[in-house]
Design a protein around this ligand. Structure first.
Ligand code: GBH
Length: 464
């Protein structure tokens, strides 16, 4: 494999930004420390059957207590930046009122230690750990949650804005809305499509209100963005039913976020699709102006892509009757990760090229890309994860190809720095560059981590 993995970053400029990413609930543990209150994930993990093996984030990677060693590990990888999230229930327990100084102190130290080691902090303000009290008051389907998020965002800016220049409001609002309020696979585990669409609008409104407040409160120029999870949606054929199935998937998966963020309006076809399903986006005067607050960058989390068909397979049941036209995923004959997700690097090239074309002028960063595989660790904790290394290499190549095709992609964050709490899959699925032994909390860089470090080093020294 050595030759196939070499030169993955060829064609990327020497100033391309390299990073690794994590999120608060997935790594921190220490859920009852320093005044933190429960988030919807603390609650959801207690629902029988919600998370594989009944796992939860009580301890996770114990990062809250091991942060200095983890920062040293990040610096050893030679990355430019570290993308992490701030836990709202640490910084503003219960989601309202004044800041909790003890909770903020953790992120204050984290930022200082990163800067001390020459690593840029990239803050995400919300990576799914909504304070439980706000869910009790209605959660994201409730408009007030957007205002609470803007207040919280400003508290964080007030505390860290003198040192942090890169700010992301939300991570993957699609997941918050659809997995949390429609499919129920994620916290808070609700299953009601119209509520999920209210959540979409209030997440975007929360982003917009926060963006305004962050810009106003920032003590120095900042780079402000939002991160969306997207794949490329391909139609199975030229048949109008297949083309329409792909259009609908792309509408609910991507354009329902991108169009208001960039153009200040929801896509008319999506609004019509929602109306047929008895759902609507509860827009009030001024909302779309806030949501369209200019962005400095768009974060893209990419894992896989999908092929859609609007035609039932032979013998398949009739379309659902709730106004949702028939659609199905067409299984591709491709290798998959341990999550069962198709490995399709070309989808990343196609997605980025399309974003560059349809939403020009918006710098793009891959804020997450990575894969779970069934790692086997040696006694010393080392892992020869050629499959993961190949996944990274192929996707970094796909980014370079998108740049060649005209997309303004400026950076790439690997998901994840280390194995961690993989949401509904608990500790069963490992995405880390670094192995975590959950019995001892020992960290061991996998082969992919060493490869990533070397690839970054090479890419920096290249003249391009
Ligand atoms: C991200 O979400 C999260 O930001 C991160 O916290 C998480 O650990 C990481 O990914 C890994 O899961 O079954 O082929 O239809 C990922 C969002 C949305 C990506 C659903 C995969 C389904 C793929 N995911 N998508 S498929």
């Amino acid at each position: 494999p050595a030759t196939a993995l070499a030169g993955a970053a060829d064609g990327l400029p020497a100033d391309f930004l390299w990073g690794v990413a994590t999120s608060s609930y997935q790594i921190e543990g220490a859920v009852q420390e320093d005044g933190r209150t429960p988030s919807i994930w603390d609650t959801f993990c207690r629902v029988p059957g919600a998370v594989v093996d009944g796992d939860n984030g009580d301890i996770a990677c114990d990062h809250y207590h091991r942060m200095p060693e983890d920062v040293a590990m990040i610096a050893d990888l030679g990355v430019d930046a570290y993308r992490f999230s701030v836990a709202w229930p640490r910084v503003q327990p219960g989601g309202r009122g004044p800041a909790n100084a003890r909770g903020l102190a953790f992120y204050d130290r984290l930022v200082d230690q990163l800067l001390d080691k020459g690593v840029l902090p990239w803050i995400t303000l919300y990576h799914w750990d909504l304070p439980q009290e706000l869910e009790d008051a209605g959660g994201w389907p409730e408009r007030d949650t957007a205002h609470r998020f803007a207040d919280y965002s400003e508290l964080v800016m007030d505390a860290l804005g003198d040192r942090v220049r890169h700010w992301t409001t939300l991570n993957e609002p699609w997941c918050s809305a659809m997995l949390g309020y429609d499919q129920g696979h994620h916290a808070p585990g609700r299953k009601h499509f119209p509520d999920a669409m209210k959540a979409v609008h209030h997440l975007l409104l929360g982003h917009g209100l926060a963006a305004q407040r962050l810009r106003a409160a920032a003590p120095q120029p900042i780079q402000l963005g939002i991160t969306l999870n997207m794949g490329n949606s391909y139609p199975a054929s030229d048949h109008p039913a297949d083309v329409d199935a792909a259009r609908r998937a792309d509408g609910l998966g991507a354009r329902i976020y991108l169009d208001p963020l960039v153009h200040g309006r929801y896509p008319a076809d999506v609004v019509a699709d929602l109306a047929r399903r008895g759902a609507e986006l509860p827009v009030q005067d001024g909302d779309l102006e806030a949501i369209a607050t200019p962005l400095d960058l768009l974060g893209v989390n990419y894992y896989s892509s999908h092929v859609f068909s609007g035609l039932p397979e032979d013998g398949e049941a009739a379309p659902a009757a709730d106004g949702e036209p028939f659609s199905r995923l067409v299984k591709q004959d491709l290798p998959v990760t341990a999550m069962g997700w198709d490995i399709i690097p070309r989808g990343l090239t196609d997605l980025l090229t399309r974003l560059g074309r349809d939403y020009p002028g918006l710098p793009l960063y891959i804020t997450e890309n990575g894969a779970a595989f069934d790692d086997t660790a040696d006694a010393d904790g080392s892992v020869q994860d050629d499959d993961r290394t190949a996944y990274f290499a192929d996707h970094i190549r796909a980014v370079a190809a998108a740049r060649t095709a005209g997309a303004d992609v400026r950076g790439y964050f690997a998901w994840s720095l280390m194995d961690n709490f993989e949401w509904a899959f608990g500790y069963d699925k490992r995405f880390g560059l670094v192995r975590v032994d959950y019995d001892t909390q020992r960290r061991t860089p996998k082969q992919s981590a060493l490869w990533f470090r070397d690839t970054i080093r090479e890419s920096r020294t290249r003249q391009s």
